[in-house]
Design a protein around this ligand. Sequence first.
Ligand code: CU
Length: 136
Amino acid sequence: MRKYILFIGLGIVMLLASCGGGGAPSTAIDVVMTDFQFVPNQFVVPAGEEITISIVNSGAVVHNFVIMKLGTTAGQTFEEDDQVNVYWEEVDIQPGGDFSTIFTAPTEPGEYQIICRTEGHIVSGMIAKLIVVAGE
Ligand SMILES: [Cu+2]
């Protein structure tokens, strides 16, 4: 019986490990912005690669997609002095609007914060994660 439970436990651990980290890196990001979330809220990209990003704003207000530099966050509110910490941004995506463009992923692996800089949206939950992983 004990052995049996151990096996189930091991199975769960392996299952969690395989789902963890948001999956394999991709050079395509598809994100939907709602009031007030990024869906999904985690993206895994290979370092230094060109990333095609498609953004849809399905909300009722203007949203932004801002990637902060490694080791920085925008805090509770994006303010003027946070601008120097921006790695890449696509601003003012209108309600009902969609947009597709290309940016180059950071060369340094790590976890980068993504936020919507519209006032009040960070605290409302518009935070996501860009996970940059080293290439082969
Ligand atoms: Cu927003």
